[in-house]
Write a protein that binds this ligand. Structure first.
Ligand code: FNR
Length: 430
């Protein structure tokens, strides 16, 4: 028999006052029906998003995104190097209205954070590059489409008719393919081309090799286990068209082991031209009427040379630790490159290891125009598709805003101009 309410609440007490107090107590406890918060609400940092991504996608896919080359020394050091710098704030400077708008190669962006090129994005989620591009457009910031993308140059433009799109170029042995890519990007209204100069050959990504990763992923005995472990990933994948390289026909040029339907990273990068020199860069300069950047671990001497070849920007990057392991962390290249090119209009971008708005502030204080992210937005895409990318960009934007306010700077130009005042390396003045 159910107990009467009085017995439920007070061992036989029938006092209304007691009942009232208890209901008040319930009110204070705010006991509501249990709600299961959206996974993104639990992601308060980029590392939270990374951990959530690890739970969402099969291990070989996570490793493809997360891993680096060889011993992953650069991968680890990229992040650590940002935190080797220390802030020295300025005070009493009315930071009530922080302004993040930034001029990036002549166009105003809502914040100094761009999205770096990443290949085969549909392997993370079939919404792929379109989802990433839409999130970037919403955030008012540039997105660089990779040569190795799983959405074509033209299709992405159709999805995003008015937004600031850049194209990343790998130079192919077949110069016809290279010229074709450049002219398609221009005809589709891409504004900036970034030539990657760090991929003469592929870095040795041990995790991918161990996992036997192919593009697209193949279902074999190993991946059959993965299907059992991550059924949602695979059912989503199987409901969408088979992923492929969208900007070129891989079967036309890539040599591969014909027993397999997929390509290894190694298969693909054999098509890139290891004989690339400054003279060929000059040819691309002549072909491309828009802004031209080179992307790689570019030191001060090469940055000066780049100016001579009509390059507008250097994108300092070690490919997120995926190419030459033990390469200097790009954040440590900003200052020497800025000093070597001080009197010129060369813009400096940096990526590899940006995981917090404070990293972006550090890059800008050292003299960069903008910082770029790769893995963070892919983690976001894995966790909650387009909303996940939005979330990552919001986190970084909030963190940068707070960092600027606590540093005592009102806007991005001030952060850059007063950089030497605002930053020390943990080993001395930056
Ligand atoms: C990349 N990156 C890259 N770079 C490039 O020029 N062309 C490409 O196709 C790719 N593909 C690619 C795939 C994946 C899965 C990753 C993680 C990265 C490198 C990328 O543009 C950028 O330099 C790094 O990702 C930046 O480092 P973080 O932010 O990932 O630490």
């Amino acid at each position: 028999m159910p107990l009467p309410p009085a017995q439920l609440i007070g061992r036989g007490t029938t006092s209304g006052g007691y009942l009232l107090k208890l209901s008040e107590a319930f009110g204070l406890l705010s006991l509501k029906a249990p709600r299961f918060p959206d996974i993104l609400h639990r992601c308060k940092t980029i590392e939270d998003v990374r951990k959530a991504a690890r739970r969402r996608v099969p291990q070989p896919v996570f490793d493809y995104v997360d891993g680096g080359a060889d011993d992953e020394v650069s991968l680890r050091e990229n992040e650590r190097s940002f935190s080797d710098y220390r802030f020295r704030p300025v005070v009493l400077n009315d930071v009530s209205e922080p302004d993040l708008t930034s001029d990036i190669l002549g166009t105003s962006a809502a914040m100094p954070i761009g999205l770096a090129p990443t290949g085969y994005t549909k392997m993370v989620h079939p919404q792929g590059e379109a989802a990433v591009g839409r999130a970037a457009a919403r955030a008012g910031t540039p997105y660089v489409l990779s040569t190795m993308s799983s959405t074509s140059i033209e299709d992405l433009r159709r999805v995003l008719p008015g937004s600031d799109l850049w194209f990343q170029l790998y130079v192919w042995k077949d110069r016809g393919v290279t010229r074709e890519l450049v002219s398609r990007a221009w005809e589709s209204g891409y504004r900036v081309i970034e030539v990657s100069v760090d991929t003469a050959v592929s870095g040795y990504r041990v995790r991918d090799v161990r996992n036997g990763l192919t593009i697209p992923p193949q279902v074999n005995w190993g991946s059959a286990m993965q299907i059992a472990v991550k059924p949602r990933y695979w059912t989503t994948m199987l409901r969408h068209p088979k992923m492929t390289f969208a900007n070129f026909d891989p079967n036309r040029s890539i040599e591969q082991d014909r027993t397999s339907d997929g390509f290894t990273i190694e298969n693909i990068t054999t098509q890139f031209d290891p004989s690339l020199t400054w003279d060929q860069l000059s040819e691309i300069r002549d072909l491309w009427p828009g802004s031209l950047a080179i992307k790689g671990p570019i030191g001060p001497e090469d940055a000066r040379r780049a100016l001579h070849y009509g390059v507008d920007a250097v994108h300092l990057s070690n490919h997120g630790g995926r190419q030459l392991d033990r390469t200097v962390a790009p954040v440590d290249l900003i200052k020497p490159v800025r000093e070597a090119t001080a009197d010129n209009a060369l813009e400096i971008f940096v990526d590899s290891g940006v995981r917090h708005g404070a990293d972006v502030a550090t890059a800008l204080a050292l003299g960069a125009q903008a910082a770029f992210i790769g893995r963070p937005y892919l983690y976001g895409l894995a966790v909650a598709q387009e909303r996940g990318v939005d979330h990552v960009l919001q986190l970084l934007c909030q963190q940068l805003t707070r960092t600027m306010q606590l540093l005592g700077v009102r806007n991005v130009s001030e952060l850059r101009e007063r950089g030497s005042e605002l930053l020390m390396s943990s080993k001395g003045i930056a």
